[in-house]
Design a protein around this ligand. Structure first.
Ligand code: PLZ
Length: 446
C-alpha cells in the first residue's frame, strides 16, 4: 500500500483558480450530475490534508470551511485514517440492528460521556444531520405523546421532507418541494444585529413574544419539543443573546417540553467547547450531532435522557447504514484527536486570532456591519455602509477574489450577505494570518 505524505501547510497558487483541469472536470460534471446540486467553488479537489486542499491543477488552497464544519480534526487526520484502514479490513457492514458490533457502542458511550449533563444518557447513530433531526423529532413526539415542534426564524435543519419544514428559508431549500410536514411552529429569533426593538431587553422581549405565541397559538401542553441551533449555522452564525438559551431551556422544563439542541454545525469543539450549549451551562434533553463527529465520514447521532431515548418501542428506530462500522471507527479517531490534541483550546485560540483579524478589517471597511461568533465559528455580515441593508453583491465579490487567490471561504445567511469561517481546528496560525491577508486584499478591491 502506498502511503501519501501530508501536504505542506502553505498556500500555493500555480494557475488561475479554477484552472484548466478544474474547468474540464466541471464541464464533465454538468453532463453527468443533476443540475439541482449547488456548486460553491468550481474547483475540483485531488487531495487534502489538515487545512490545505490540493486542486487538480496543483494549487494549494487554504480551507476555511472544513467541508461545512466537518473536518474539525483536519482533512485525512492521522487517527481517522488509521482507524478507517484497520476497520475496512476487518468488516465493512452488518447493520447494527441485525448484528451489533463494538465500535457503534463505543461511539454511543463517547456521546453519552461528552454531551452536557450528569444524568443517565443513551444514544443512537444515523447517517446524516437531517436523519438525526428526524429521529430526534420522532423520539420527542413518542415520549411526550404531543405533536407540535417549535422552531425559529433563520433555522436550518436539513433537506428531507420533515427537516425542510423545519427550515426557515424558502429559497433554495423549500421552493417547489411541498407539501411540508404539519405541526411545525416558527418563533421569532433574537437576531441582535437586525432586532427592531431595544437591544438592552432583547432576551426578555423575545421570550415574551415566544411564550405568548406558544401559549395562545399552540398551547404549551401540545408542544413536544423546542428545537434550536445554539448558534445558527446556515442562517448566518446568529449568536443568541446571553440568557436566551437558558430561558428557553427553563421554559421547556416547566412545561414538559423536550429541549433539543441541534449541534450539527456548532458541535465537536468548534466553538471552544465540545458543544456550544456549554457556554451558558445549558443541558438539553436531546442533543443532535453530525458533521464533525465522523472526521469526514458520514455519521450522526441523537443523544438524550435515557428515559426519553428508551421510551420508543423496540424496532421503532433503525436504518440500514446508521452507525456503519467504518464511520464509527473514524468517529473514534476524530474524538481521540479532539481530546488528546487539545482541539477545544485550539478552537478558542483560533477564535482569538480570527476574531481580532476580522475586527481589524471591520474597523477598516465600513461594508462589514458586524463580526460575530464563538471560537472557530466566526462570521462577518456585509451591509451597505451607513445602513443595515444586506450587501450580497459585496459578499460575492469578496469570495470570488478569495477563491481566485487560493482561499476557500463559505457564505451563509438568510439575506445571503454573511461570510462564515469554519477552519479545521488544526489550522496553523500562519495559514490563518495568510487567509486574513487575502481577505483584506479582497475588501480593498471593492
Ligand atoms: N442541522 C445545524 O448545519 C447541515 C447544509 C449543506 P446534513 N448544514 C449544511 C447543504 O447545503 O445541504 C445541517 C446543519 C444543522 C442539520 C444539518 C443537516 O445535516 O448532514 O446535511 O443532513
Amino acid at each position: 500500500m502506498t502511503t501519501l505524505t501530508n501536504l505542506e501547510q502553505v498556500r500555493r497558487v500555480v494557475t488561475a483558480i479554477p484552472g484548466p483541469k478544474s474547468n474540464a472536470l466541471i464541464q464533465r460534471r454538468a453532463e453527468a450530475v443533476s443540475g439541482g446540486l449547488g456548486l460553491t467553488f468550481p474547483v475540483a479537489i485531488e487531495r487534502a490534508s489538515d487545512a490545505i486542499l490540493l486542486d487538480v491543477d496543483g494549487n494549494q488552497i487554504i480551507d476555511m470551511g472544513s467541508g461545512i464544519g466537518v473536518t474539525n480534526v483536519g482533512n485525512s487526520a492521522s487517527r481517522v485514517v488509521a482507524n478507517v484502514i484497520e476497520q475496512v479490513q476487518i468488516f465493512t457492514h452488518t447493520c447494527f440492528t441485525v448484528n451489533p458490533y463494538l465500535n457503534y457502542i463505543e461511539v454511543c458511550e463517547a456521546l453519552n460521556r461528552l454531551t452536557p449533563g450528569t444524568h443517565k444518557k443513551k444514544s443512537m447513530l444515523v447517517n446524516s444531520g437531517a436523519e438525526a433531526v428526524e429521529n430526534a423529532v420522532k423520539i420527542a413526539r413518542h415520549y411526550t405523546k404531543r405533536q407540535a415542534i417549535v422552531v425559529f426564524e433563520h433555522a436550518y435543519h436539513g433537506r428531507t421532507n420533515l427537516t425542510m419544514a423545519l427550515n426557515a428559508k424558502n429559497m433554495p431549500y423549500k421552493e417547489g418541494f411541498g407539501p411540508f410536514a404539519p405541526e411545525i411552529y416558527r418563533m421569532p429569533m433574537p437576531y441582535e444585529f437586525r432586532w427592531i426593538g431595544p437591544k438592552e431587553t432583547i432576551t426578555a422581549d423575545a421570550m415574551e413574544m415566544i411564550t405568548h405565541k406558544i401559549e395562545k397559538e399552540i398551547g404549551a401542553h401540545n408542544v413536544a419539543a423546542i428545537l434550536i441551533e445554539p448558534i445558527q449555522g446556515e442562517g448566518g452564525f446568529i449568536v443568541p443573546p446571553k440568557g436566551f438559551l437558558p430561558a428557553l431551556a427553563q421554559y421547556s422544563r416547566e412545561h414538559g417540553i423536550i429541549f433539543m439542541a441541534d449541534e450539527v454545525q456548532s458541535g465537536f469543539a468548534r466553538t471552544g467547547h465540545m458543544f456550544a450549549v456549554e457556554e451558558e451551562g445549558v443541558v438539553p434533553d436531546i442533543l443532535i450531532t453530525a458533521k464533525g463527529i465522523g472526521g469526514g465520514l458520514p455519521l450522526a447521532g441523537v443523544t438524550g435522557r435515557a428515559e426519553i431515548m428508551d421510551s420508543v418501542h423496540i424496532s421503532g428506530l433503525g436504518g440500514t447504514f446508521g452507525g456503519n462500522p467504518i464511520a464509527c471507527a473514524a468517529a473514534l479517531g476524530a474524538i481521540a484527536t479532539i481530546e488528546e490534541d487539545g482541539l477545544i483550546e485550539r478552537a478558542r485560540h483560533i477564535g482569538q486570532v480570527l476574531g481580532d483579524g476580522l475586527r481589524a478589517l471591520a474597523a477598516k471597511y465600513p461594508v462589514i456591519g458586524e463580526v460575530r461568533g464563538r471560537g472557530a465559528m466566526q462570521a462577518i455580515e456585509l451591509i451597505v455602509p451607513g445602513s443595515i441593508e444586506p450587501n450580497s453583491a459585496a459578499m460575492s465579490q469578496v469570495l470570488k477574489y478569495c477563491t481566485a487567490n487560493g482561499v476557500f471561504i463559505l457564505s451563509a445567511g438568510t439575506y445571503n450577505n454573511v461570510i462564515r469561517f469554519l477552519p479545521p481546528l488544526v489550522i496553523t496560525d500562519e495559514l490563518l494570518v495568510d487567509a486574513l491577508k487575502v481577505l483584506d486584499e479582497a475588501f480593498a478591491t471593492l
